[in-house]
Design a binder for this molecule. Sequence first.
Ligand SMILES: Nc1ncnc2c1ncn2[C@@H]1O[C@H](COP(=O)(O)OP(=O)(O)OP(=O)(O)O)[C@@H](O)[C@H]1O
Ligand SMILES: [Mg+2]
Length: 291
Amino acid sequence: MSELPLNATDEQAVLIARLQGEADALRAELDETNQGVLALYAELDTQAEQLRQASDLKSRFLSYMSHEFRTPLGSILSIASLLTDELDGPLSPEQHRQVAFVSNSARELSDMVDDLLDLAKIEAGRISISPAWFDMFDLFAALRGMFRPIVDASAVDLIFEEPMGLPRLYTDDKKLAQILRNFISNSLKFTTRGEVRVSARLEDDDKVRFAVTDTGIGIAPELHGALFEDFSQVDSPLQKRLRGTGLGLSLCKRFAHLLGGDVGVQSTPGAGSTFYVIIPLAIAVEPADET
Ligand SMILES: Nc1ncnc2c1ncn2[C@@H]1O[C@H](COP(=O)(O)OP(=O)(O)OP(=O)(O)O)[C@@H](O)[C@H]1O
Ligand SMILES: [Mg+2]
């Protein structure tokens, strides 16, 4: 405590003493607040750790579960295919219908399990990127082949525009194919007439923009923001007749981020939608994270 000035009047002395008293009280209050803040920090740390553990457990559960589902699903699919091929004797038309129903459901379940497994791997930071040089012509050709059986049986045209003037890409072609596959399969699901058009063009010299444009039912603007979240599906009469988990677009967004890019949508109800992904022509490869 400081000495009072010698010539201080009584009044000044009282004032100074009061101010000192107030300063002491303020200091004590600050000390208390500081301790409170420290306690809060400690509590936040504990909660963050608990959240990390819970998220870790969830990811582990998802990956074990999806993994365990794969074997029995594989058996169901191969037995269904043995029956369809009539290796153990002929089937009646009704039996064919029933077996087709079993294998379609098993295939859908298997796709769902694959999506969940991918999601769990991404959340656990365990998904790895394997970049390679490749040509867009080859990727489009593979996608065209994959969708041929569906397109042949549908009134909707699937058009792949020639990827003109595009250099070779250095990225993970499997992840890119997975993004485009989900965009295309969505567009085919939600389009009953017209066409689905797939295109690729250069953007800003060092990026490429892939777009899937359809003449389908479209999506109201206020729903665009939520589309890329897990399990998000738009309520529509068409949706009720279709299957799906609502994980496809969320996975597309995560894969695009892994490839150093992003996804987006433009859509008008009743007119159609464009889903696009923009990624670097060459992915910057970071050293693998071992944690
Ligand atoms: N091209 C599109 N036209 C209209 N609606 C679309 C289109 N693409 C996506 N949607 C809407 O966004 C929702 C989410 O799509 P997403 O791919 O995530 O899930 P899904 O196709 O329903 O299921 P999954 O892909 O997991 O099998 C769809 O259910 C649909 O409501
Ligand atoms: Mg989908």
